[in-house]
Write a protein that binds this ligand. Structure first.
Ligand code: SF4
Length: 217
């Protein structure tokens, strides 16, 4: 039996956040280019959105196709994506992903989870972002916010984003899947932040179990 508060909570959050589509990746949904979405997602790992934005913009001014990224000297690529952090590792991943997409997929980003995840460097979150944002598929991309908040709400009791995706998939009505990531990322950045969430001004305070929340504002 699905948690009866899910519908209420989704309705409230949708009214607050559906139009605040601010993150770099979410903004790219409006003009989907699967390769650029994939590359931005890889750049966004373990960094803040503002850094992803700078690195993506600088890189795409010079190279925004697998061929162009492969042609870039590694040092130049590292310099272009420096602001995203872990730039040496990310440069290697970008080169590898571009090579496989060019060689094995004729330059087109694959549109199945299995194929995407068979490429070294692409994990479940990145695969789902590409499937949802570039190809409009009904999947649940789970990042740190999308993992933390459903656990606090008491919707799921999970230790990893992968198990959150699995458990959430069982209880969240499919009509909310498309917007779930955009809504929860914004909500997680503004109100239900990782440390000391702002419960006193939270629009879903009365429905939240606050599991694991020790300090709140
Ligand atoms: S009440 Fe607090 S813990 Fe619950 S969703 Fe809102 S901010 Fe997060």
């Amino acid at each position: 039996m699905p948690n009866k508060n899910i519908l209420k909570i989704m309705k409230i959050l949708k009214s607050h956040y559906s139009s605040t589509d601010k993150t770099t990746l979410n903004r790219m949904r409006k003009n989907p280019d699967a390769f650029k979405i994939l590359i931005s997602c890889l750049l966004s790992l373990r960094t803040q959105d503002k850094n992803t934005e700078i690195a993506s913009r600088r890189l795409f001014e010079v190279a925004d196709t697998p061929e162009e990224i492969l042609k870039l000297p590694v040092k130049k690529l590292e310099k272009l994506i420096f602001s995203s952090g872990h730039y040496k590792k990310k440069a290697r991943t970008l080169k590898h992903v571009s090579e496989i997409i060019l060689k094995d997929y004729n330059g087109k980003v694959p549109d199945t989870r299995e194929e995407l995840m068979s490429i070294k460097g692409i994990g479940p979150k990145t695969a789902n972002i590409v499937l949802a944002f570039a190809y409009g598929k009904n999947v649940l991309p789970i990042d740190t916010h999308c993992h933390r908040i459903p656990n606090r709400l008491g919707w799921v009791k999970t230790k990893t984003p992968e198990s959150t995706e699995l458990e959430l998939g069982k209880i969240l009505p499919k009509k909310y899947w498309k917007d779930f990531n955009a809504i929860f990322v914004q909500f997680g950045k503004e109100i239900c932040v990782p440390i000391s969430p702002k419960c006193s001004i939270c629009p879903i305070n009365e429905y939240c179990s606050k599991i694991g929340v020790k300090k709140r504002r």
